[in-house]
Design a protein around this ligand. Structure first.
Ligand code: NAD
Length: 425
């Protein structure tokens, strides 16, 4: 399969390149299952548009730094491109391409009329002041301005970005347009046209997927969550609210464990005040990576790609893994987990709640209308549960893992859209 990335040398095998390799492997498996021809496979393996930009940012001390930014639209055959923007020092064009590709399959899988995109800036937001972050965001948006728009490509938050970032993007775009364009981003503050239920949507989706996959009462089910950020902290909260016992969580500052279950609300307050879970008094500290290997019923990786690899997969004891993060499991680890009978609810299904409610936010913006939280929650639940049962049925019927089945459905729908549209000219 030919793809638009440089040839591999050891020096170029970044975590981003590994993520792209994983994404291409998953696509290849689905394409094989669907019997897609070489030409169509190549189209699906290749991003439609990739933009790399240099973003100059004036620091408070007068210095000028330049960082790299990216926006990749992987596929737009089913509708406008949609995908988050990540601020992380390790991000690169390969990672952004992989994340954009997963967005394409995810939107098709849950049946929303979007293609997939992703953006990133190779910067550590924790190392910038708020004013520097605002200048960086506005300049990055200015550089990618020709690509984005409510009918073309709609960004949202991801790692290292939040509602405030989306507000700056909406303002920068609107100033350039000459009028307010709330539909250019989702995950906005409520006051700028955000949707009720968006901030917790990805985590609510993780909860829905976990309960569906458990297929039994969640009461007392033990859970470990890697990554106590926007997705992980609320996923832990919603799972605890449902009756699960969340015994361990981690973030980049450390991991904490309490055999009897953590007080997630207390831990969220602690982490918000201190910048992380490290030092939380009512739990024991544990090494970061040990969390993944705990003897729990459910493991929720909700940090970054490549957390579960062939190195640690044989030691994973959770019987159910629900991927809050994108790409946390490598293909090699997937094989080991499948052989051990571990069920993995894949990212493109498990964390689709975010893009589902982003879609609902965009629909509300395009109509200049807003729905109640009950309406949003109902639509989210409906789309998540339908997608889950479709994936489960296909997996059972064809002897596939849930990831393979999810990709067969997602890739199949995008391939069908290409075939129906034909090739221009
Ligand atoms: P975030 O920046 O809010 O949180 C990321 C968390 O991971 C932070 O708490 C960070 O400290 C932690 N972390 C990083 N490296 C770690 C490590 N080695 N061990 C333990 N913790 C570590 O980002 P987020 O928005 O919560 O995104 C997390 C994941 O979910 C990403 O893969 C993202 O692409 C995916 N996702 C996010 C959304 C969304 O709506 N925000 C939607 C779908 C998928």
């Amino acid at each position: 399969m030919s793809i638009m990335v440089p040839s591999r040398t050891p020096a170029l095998i970044t975590p981003g390149r590994q993520a792209l390799d994983s994404a291409l492997h998953q696509l290849d498996q689905a394409a094989e299952h669907l019997g897609l021809d070489h030409g169509l496979r190549t189209v699906l393996a290749t991003p439609r548009r990739s933009l790399t930009v240099s973003v100059p940012v004036r620091r408070e001390d007068g210095r000028l730094d330049v960082v790299q930014g990216f926006r990749v639209q992987h596929n737009v055959s089913r509708g406008p491109a949609k995908g988050g923007i990540r601020f992380h020092p390790g991000t690169d064009i390969h990672e952004v391409t992989a994340l954009a590709m997963w967005m394409t399959w995810k939107c098709a899988l849950v049946g929303i009329p979007y293609g997939g995109a992703k953006g990133g800036v190779a910067v550590d937001p924790a190392g910038l002041t708020t004013r520097e972050l605002e200048r960086l965001t506005r300049r990055y948006v200015n550089e990618i301005l020709p690509l984005i728009g409510p009918e073309k490509d709609i960004p949202a938050p991801d790692v290292g970005t939040d509602e405030q970032t989306m507000a700056w993007i909406m303002d920068t775009y609107s100033v350039s347009a000459g009028y307010s364009v709330p539909g250019v981003v989702t995950g906005k503050p409520m006051t700028l046209g955000g949707s009720l239920g968006r901030s917790g949507a990805t985590s609510r989706g993780v909860q829905i997927a976990t309960l569906a996959a458990l297929g039994r009462s969640p009461e007392g089910v033990t859970v470990a969550v890697q990554g106590f950020g926007k997705v992980g902290a609320l996923a832990a909260q919603y799972l605890a609210d449902a009756g699960c016992k969340v015994v361990a969580v981690s973030d980049i500052t450390g991991a904490v464990y309490a055999r009897g279950g953590l007080d997630i609300a207390g831990l969220r307050t602690w982490a918000a005040e201190r910048g992380g879970v490290h030092g939380y008094r009512h739990a024991d500290a544990m090494p970061l990576d040990d969390l993944l290997e705990l003897d729990v019923d459910v493991l929720v990786p909700a940090a970054l790609e490549g957390a579960i690899t062939e190195a640690n997969a044989p030691r994973i004891r959770a019987r159910l893994i629900v991927e809050g993060a994108n790409g946390p499991t490598t293909p090699e680890a997937d094989e080991i987990l499948a052989a051990n009978g571990t069920v993995v609810v894949p990212d493109i299904l498990a964390n689709a709640g975010g893009v589902i409610v982003s879609y609902l936010e965009w629909v509300q913006n395009m109509q200049a209308y807003s729905w109640s939280s009950g309406e949003v929650e109902l639509k989210l639940r409906d789309l998540m549960e339908s997608a889950f049962s479709e994936v489960k049925s296909l997996a059972a019927a064809r002897g596939l893992t849930l990831r393979q089945a999810a990709h067969v459905i997602g890739v199949g729908r995008v391939a069908e859209a290409h075939q129906m549209r034909g090739l221009y000219p």
